[in-house]
Design a protein around this ligand. Sequence first.
Ligand code: CP
Length: 291
Amino acid sequence: MADSADRAVRKLPALRGKTVVNLFFEDSTRTRISFEAAAKRLSADVINFAAKGSSVSKGESLKDTAQTLEAMGADGVVIRHPSSGAAQVLAQSGWIDAGVINAGDGSHQHPSQALLDAFTIRQAKNPGTSRGLGLDGLRVLIVGDILHSRVARSNLWLLHTLGAHVSLAGPPTLLPLGADDWPARLYFDLDAAFDEEQPDVVMFLRVQQERMNDAFFPSTGEYARNWGLGADRYRALPPETLIMHPGPMNRGLEISSLAADSPQSLVLDQVANGVSVRMAILYLTLAGEAA
Ligand code: CP
């Protein structure tokens, strides 16, 4: 797929006349801006709503907020919310007729991130993509704060569905109950995971300190030593092992600058692909039968 940013004419008319509302109850840089860029490249109008500074602070409910925005003409709502299940409630409640897209709900799911990650892996591992849609046999190791990570959950299920072999590594305090039942091997020792898995791709997760109301690890120094992609671990990686991180990164904690800025890093490819993948999501959700 050619990146729309590479085209001579960036804008396509596919969603002309449609309005997309970015309904964000949690902070975001990549997801919100890339959905905005994607909608604009498809010629949609975009309204950005941030809970901070809105009437949510006066107690307005999700239902009233969504209905208010729909009354102003929203055809599609891209929602990020701190509560797991919020996007599903909005989509299934019947409160609004607009199409609903989940841009991250609590620690539950972040489907557009998983789609852009899978696309980025496929693009990097299969340039020219003669291998179809699958990621058959590719070994992906996801590391860190699995407990709080919607990115890990969405990636696990999508990558597994596409044929990748997924493994998870993290401190026992940051692996959720029930992870034993997931289609992934679990490791409590990162170096053992590297040795045994020989991953093609390693995905380091952000330590989500804003969701931690307890001490999940003794210190940031110990976390970085045991679970971070520091300089020594980075230098020990085979040069073909690809490094991913959904962002935002805690540099020096889960990933060193040496690794994040290395030629093996796909971090900025993930961001760039986010716009194209979100264009596809918006198009498929909103273009309707006329498309
Ligand atoms: N990866 C991701 O969701 O980043 P943002 O929180 O900046 O949107």
